[in-house]
Design a binder for this molecule. Structure first.
Ligand code: EPU
Length: 342
């Protein structure tokens, strides 16, 4: 376990913002955490857990001790009457893990293909795409308490999953920066059926006259959809959706839709209505809007991109606040930033 000093974070955040960490340590195993806690200086330091850096915005140099998660390994660990249980180390690349499960004939994660980031980050924001959320396939996870070194297991209810949310996003009541996820287990259904409820997938099915796709077909469609709409973070710096889709009550919705009949929305099972934040931003004329090197992505207004390579966190936040302000001014709706701002 070696703590490095003044470490450039450019390669460790997918928005590709230049910032440094005062101190950074690679965690390959839980014994590295135990070694860290045995040193009083590092035991007392405030810590930041960093996975693939695909859901963070750096607004300056990081004074916290950065724990770069490099815990690897993936295997089938259990089998129930209904599901195969597979486990992956928190440092595994998410998309590679999805591909591996399909290659092992254990489908179920194909709708979540190509989401940037690591396995360990996937429960933190309860990643979701094309009608499936991580919580739909989640079994349990192991995490380590960053003060005591105690390893504990959480089931789905204990993770308090919600839309792009979990106990790991909250402080001081939750586990944000208090615990590090070590391993995540997924329950992949033995009697798999495709999840095709999302409009874009229904369109693909109709276009290609393929009413009963297998998992590999769904995987190809999801990858095609993402390539068409979302920037590849290895080419253009970004952190995926920059805002959450806001939810409104039926009363609020009736009022808003009367004034904006073309608004895109989805009805939730509890009666509330989720609005497409990308549509709201576009309707404010903000598609393509820039602040310095940061811009609203031309093909999907919910995504902010690093256009020149030298974007700063301050530019990102100025543009984000402008968008929030304009959407509120026009629609009376507050849209919430989705990534973690540091
Ligand atoms: N839309 C516009 N203009 C835009 C963007 C979207 O009008 O610029 C409208 C379109 O009508 C479109 C609808 O909004 O049909 C929904 O757009 P899309 O299917 O792209 O989905 P989204 O609601 O914008 C969410 C997730 C994405 C996920 C997609 C697909 C959130 C915050 N984002 O986006 O997740 O890939 O659905 O399931 O829920 C991420 O979290 O980083 C992410 C990319």
């Amino acid at each position: 376990m070696i703590v490095q000093h003044h470490v450039p974070l450019l390669a460790f955040n997918t928005f590709r913002i230049a910032a440094t960490a005062d101190a950074l340590v690679h965690i390959a195993d839980e014994s590295d955490i135990h070694a860290l806690l045995a040193d009083p200086k590092w035991a007392a330091a405030d810590k930041l857990v960093l996975g693939g850096g695909s859901n963070i915005v750096l607004t300056g140099n990081v004074k916290l001790l950065v724990l770069k998660v490099d815990i690897m390994g993936k295997k089938r660990v259990n089998e129930t009457a209904k599901a195969f249980v597979v486990e992956a180390g928190a440092g595994e690349n998410w998309h590679d893990f999805v591909i591996w499960t399909l290659a092992q004939n254990m489908p179920g994660l194909e709708n979540l293909a190509m989401i940037p980031g690591t396995v360990g980050a996937s429960p933190v924001q309860n990643i979701g795409a094309y009608g499936v959320e991580l919580q739909d396939r989640f079994d349990s996870l192991d995490a380590i308490d960053l003060q005591t070194g105690h390893v504990f297991t959480l089931n789905a209810a204990e993770c308090a999953f919600a839309y792009r949310d979990s106990i790991f996003k909250h402080a001081p009541t939750g586990l944000k920066d208090k615990a590090m996820i070590l391993r995540v287990r997924f329950a992949l259904p033995k009697s798999w059926t495709p999840s095709l409820g999302y409009a874009d997938l229904e369109k693909k099915m109709a276009e290609q006259n393929c009413p009963q796709p297998d998992a590999q077909q769904v995987l190809r469609w999801v990858c095609d959809l993402r390539r068409a709409k979302l920037p590849d973070p290895s080419v253009v710096g970004n952190v995926g959706s920059f805002f959450k889709n806001p939810t409104v009550t039926p009363q609020q919705f009736t009022n808003i839709i009367a004034h904006h009949p073309k608004m895109v929305y989805y009805r939730l099972t509890n009666g509330d209505i989720k609005l497409a934040a990308g549509w709201l931003i576009e309707a404010c004329g903000l598609r393509g809007k820039t602040v310095g090197q940061v811009g609203v992505y031309e093909k999907q207004a919910l995504v902010l991109v690093n256009q020149g390579g030298a974007a700063t966190g301050a530019e990102v936040m100025t543009l984000a606040k402008t968008i929030q302000h304009r959407v509120h001014e026009r629609f009376g709706i507050r849209i919430e930033i989705e990534p973690v701002v540091i």
